[in-house]
Design a protein around this ligand. Sequence first.
Ligand code: GDP
Length: 417
Amino acid sequence: SYQNGSPAALSNVVRKKLMGYVGFANFPNQVHRKSVRKGFHFTAMVVGESGLGKSTLINTLFNTKLYPKKEPLPPSADRPQTVAIESISADIEENGVRLRLTVVDTPGFGDFVNNDESWKPIVENIEARFDAYLEQENRVNRQKMVDNRVHACLYFIQPTGHALKQIDIEFMRRLHSKVNLIPIIAKADTMTDEEILLFKQRVLSDIEHHNIRIFKAPTYENEDEETLNENEEIASKIPFAVVGSDTEVDTPDGRKVRGRSYPWGVVEVDNEEHCDFVKLRQMLVRTYMEELREHTNDVLYENYRSEKLLGMGVTQDHSVFKEVNPAAKVAEERTLHDAKLAKMEAEMKMVFQQKVQEKESKLKQSEEELYARHREMKEALEKQRAELEDKKRRIETGRPLTPENKSNTKKKGFLRA
Ligand code: GDP
């Protein structure tokens, strides 16, 4: 685990055995095939006051004891007064499909006397992860990109039955443009069904009132009725009221289930009549994992990137990356795709030009070398000729006159002197 900062340093990956069904091996959509083949990374962040059942839920979701048992909190005077960022990674495998799961925890959130800036280290951490990705994108060699961006943030709401608290609103307002927010009502077994329904309505109207964008599952045309129904059902459960438990209990009718036991009965985690756990898992792990990753890359990260580039004085068509509404999504994706293609083309052109230039300058260089050699040879020959002439003259002067050269010497009368 690490504190605030270097998100790339994930050295504590462990292999975990699943204890039962999770569901990521059963991706229904074609889109998932690519990720399935390659094995994939998924990073989820959990935020909420301590004791709301975050670690229990993560263990329940991924059916693995990812989270070690927690140390009891030290007395409040000894506790650090800032929100920490800790991450745990595990490789889990289901039916041959590998998933590198990273959970980013934010202990300390909401636990202090003054929680005004609780969101700040979290935003910083998410941005640091974007920066690390951006830095990799800017490298010439992009073969081994590691994606440590946060793909989903489970925000745990205390089951008060009242409205959202200031800290909830502040957190979601600060984070909704940076991460896929998935609000969750924690420990739903502490409320009755009617209370839950009412509380959900309150939470949703608060969210709407404050213009907070939570993750909305995209709907595609041409989807079969079953999928559409399933998607609608998932959407209707938000904010998910969940119960977590990593232990099995006995039901009165003799089954062993994951759940919590009460004098009046057993609350079953995996029973849709009892809580929304199954729907949350379906959304997060089965149906929308790829969409969460895509939305993170295409919209949230892209927004961050273009804002950052704008801040550095690099302009680009920013309008493309604005507000998302489902209807514009296809057009937006196409624009993004076109932009990507254009970028690739520009890069290819650049590489091509560079290659041509290199070749040209090499040719020029060898041409110059040829000239130089030619010049050198010419000069050497000239020199040789001059030497020969000189020699010839000296021989002519030093030699006694012969009948053959008489006539010559006559012409050059000075030689006789
Ligand atoms: P964290 O601090 O948010 O990670 O919370 P933990 O997962 O450590 O859980 C705190 C306590 O709440 C533990 O005693 C859990 O057994 C209990 N707990 C976890 N989930 C639930 C739940 O859904 N309902 C109830 N009633 N208790 C829960």
